[in-house]
Design a protein around this ligand. Structure first.
Ligand code: NAI
Ligand code: MG
Length: 332
């Protein structure tokens, strides 16, 4: 029996979470779902975007699934704080192309490893009417930890055997200086893995001009966030981009996308990002075989191109695409 925390959040976060629960219910495994609230609607109801109770549920579960939340003016981001509370310091964001889905190149397959606990997302901002300052916190401890994860992943993936460090140390000399130094220090323990480092602005271009160059990309919090949305755009959009937040004690899995107010309530959100995140969760709790089956099922449905949500050029509803994927999984 696995205890899974379920936090739908707002907008399409709740809609795609229904797809994840539907899929998990159909598997030959035992799950106990523990529901937690977070986000904008939660703030309107409880006066906080992330209640203590939700943190408790997530901490005491074997893994957490998070949908997406709408930002609340003047309030901290619940997902950033939840990542910190669970100390899930590594945000893993795999990017791959699918046959039949518009992509800047065939065979794109890389993963972004984003530092999750500090950087410009420290949420430490202050100042006066004229001047406002955001703290960009970078520590050697966190930078070495995230580099370690990136090298281990490159070793496990057996693709290009390479890690690319992305930073802006020509301008952010101290903070990104430490990030880059930490990267090369960890690299010494992995002589079999190739290394390179690029500035973030150049990387934004290389991702488009030469996406096949990348295997594992490691970066700080904000750069990792921006590059992962860009990367999703290379291969079919946010509806296909999953993520896993991993720490020593906890795992938190969520689509890369937000609550998408422009399509919320219409029942047309692409469930794949959430379903692939659920697959990453299953891999994390040790159900590797079923995780692989789910990835294959998503690939089959997406590549067949018959039942696709509008973001992928189809007319299907979230529920129809979910059902097609679930049928594919259970017929495996
Ligand atoms: P978004 O990711 O919600 O949407 C960006 C665009 O992608 C929209 O056009 C949307 O319709 C489309 N899109 C996203 N997911 C999709 C899916 N599954 N299927 C089909 N189309 C999809 O980002 P946006 O619009 O910048 O932010 C909306 C709200 O979400 C904001 O309040 C923002 O703060 C929040 N947000 C929350 C995140 C989280 O909870 N982890 C992450 C990003 C944004
Ligand atoms: Mg983002």
């Amino acid at each position: 029996m696995y205890n899974i925390a379920i936090i739908g959040g707002d907008g399409i976060g709740n809609e795609v979470m229904e797809s994840a629960e539907y899929l998990l219910d159909k598997l030959d495994l035992n799950f106990n779902f523990n529901y937690g609230e977070a986000g904008f609607e939660c703030f309107n109801k409880n006066g906080t975007t992330l209640p203590e109770e939700t943190i408790k549920i997530a901490k005491s579960s074997d893994a957490t699934l998070f949908g997406a939340s709408t930002s609340t003016p003047g309030q901290p981001s619940p997902i950033i704080n939840l990542r910190k509370e669970l100390d899930v310091y590594a945000n893993l964001r795999p990017i791959r192309s699918y046959k039949g889905i518009k992509s800047v190149a065939d065979n794109i397959d890389f993963i972004i490893v984003r530092e999750n606990t500090e950087g410009l997302y420290s949420q430490k901002e202050y100042g006066n009417d004229n001047e406002v300052i955001a703290e960009r916190v970078i520590t050697r401890t966190a930078s070495e930890k995230i580099s370690e994860i990136a090298f281990k992943l490159a070793k496990r993936r057996k693709k290009l055997n390479k890690v690319t460090c992305v930073h802006k140390s020509n301008v952010l000399k101290k903070t990104d200086g430490v990030f880059k130094e930490s990267f090369y220090k960890v690299a010494e323990n992995y002589p079999e893995i190739n290394t390179e480092d690029f500035y973030v602005d150049a990387t934004a271009m290389y991702l488009i001009t030469n996406p096949l160059n990348f295997d594992v990309i490691v970066s700080t919090n904000l750069f990792g966030d921006i590059l992962s949305d860009e990367s999703a755009g290379l291969v079919g959009g946010l509806g296909l981009a999953p993520s896993g937040n991993i720490g020593d004690e906890n795992g938190l899995f969520e689509p890369v996308h937000g609550s998408a107010p422009d399509i919320a309530g219409k029942g047309i959100a692409n469930p794949c990002s959430m379903i692939l995140s659920t697959s990453m969760m299953l891999d994390y709790i040790g159900e590797k075989e079923i995780s692989q089956q789910i990835n294959k099922a998503v690939e089959s449905v997406v590549c067949r191109g018959k039942i696709l949500t509008p973001d992928l050029g189809g007319k299907a509803k979230t529920k129809e695409m979910t059902e097609a994927i679930v049928q594919e999984v259970i017929s495996c």
